[in-house]
Write a protein that binds this ligand. Structure first.
Ligand SMILES: [Zn+2]
Length: 315
């Protein structure tokens, strides 16, 4: 399997969709947990992390100002700490699930050490016009309208897809809404029995997951010329999109590609972060239930480039 990330150039800034595993996971694989290492058997090569591949493209980690994430499982959020200057855009229900896990599966799937650096979270509930019939979050803070969060629950409580409109149509990163390209066949194809069992074991809401898979299949069929759908872990889907571009390594093997450059009118200057009541409410809610706050830190506001007077609060 692969961990499929997207890298988007937005003027001087970079937007990363999914981090995959990070350098700290490679240096300290015990933090990945025995079950994950046994089931996923991840490659622990630091050169495959998003941050190293971004540096190989000539950028700095601090150029990544935004991270969009489908959910906070290890293989999607493990690299958050490699980008401490980025604000993290996430569906509110997933933030709640990770910060206040309920039940065995949630308590064992999230690893709070991945956000121990206290990133700036920006949580959203669906708002604005639907996207091809799906609920959506439009107008993400500091991002153009061509980048949307599409709630797509089932795998986790707040799992989402990420939609990005580029010059060649929409890309929809479906995360772990499905795992194998055959699951998107119009007739309702299946993945291998082992992968099917795996998805069932780790899902939070089966009816929601199955319903969303059916909706994705219909979208793939009805909008084949407008929307290209791919999941996080299918190697064939990854290779079909990993074609060399102007900025790709010559071997085309990068897990971080740049197929999308939003139109110039969509480029948005990074606004200075403002206190957000919803974020504060979430944090207070979480603190009430966790008398010994911790590792997750606060919803810190990181100083932005050129935003004088906006300081990172002390711990
Ligand atoms: Zn995954």
């Amino acid at each position: 399997m692969v961990c499929h990330s997207l890298l988007i150039e937005l003027g001087e800034e970079l937007v990363l969709v999914e981090t995959g595993l990070g350098t700290d996971n490679i240096a300290n694989p015990s933090r990945l947990g025995l079950m994950f290492r046994l089931f996923a058997n991840p490659s622990l090569d630091p050169s495959e992390t998003a941050v190293r591949q971004i540096e190989k493209l000539g950028f700095k980690a601090s150029d990544v100002r935004h991270i969009l994430i489908t959910h906070l499982d290890i293989d999607h959020a493990g690299g958050l700490a490699d980008f401490p200057d980025a604000r993290i855009h996430i569906f509110e229900d997933e933030f709640r699930a990770a910060m206040r896990p309920v039940g065995f599966k949630e308590r064992h799937r999230y690893n709070s050490s991945f956000w121990a650096h206290g990133p700036y979270w920006r949580c959203y509930s669906p708002q604005g016009e639907p996207w091809f019939g799906f609920d959506s979050v439009r107008q993400l803070e500091g991002l153009p309208p061509e980048i949307l969060i599409i709630p797509m629950t089932g795998h986790t409580r707040g799992h989402s897809a990420i939609a990005v409109q580029g010059p060649r149509g929409w890309l929809l990163h479906a995360g772990d809404a499905y795992f194998h390209k055959d699951e998107m066949r119009p007739a309702g194809g299946r993945c291998s029995p082992g992968l099917d069992i795996f998805q069932t074991l780790i899902q939070i809401n089966e009816p929601a997951r199955k319903k969303n898979q059916a909706r994705l299949r219909k979208l793939a069929l009805d909008k084949a010329g407008e929307v290209r759908i791919f999941c996080a872990h299918d190697p064939d889907e990854y290779m079909s999109l990993a074609q060399p571009t102007e900025h790709s390594p010559s071997d085309g093997s990068s897990g971080v590609k740049m197929p999308v450059q939003p139109s110039s009118q969509g480029q948005t200057a990074m606004p200075k972060p403002k206190p957000d009541q919803k974020d504060q409410d979430l944090l207070e809610d979480w603190k009430k239930l966790n008398s010994d706050p911790p590792h997750i830190g606060d919803l810190k506001k990181h100083p932005q480039k050129g935003a004088s007077g906006d300081k990172k609060p002390a711990n």
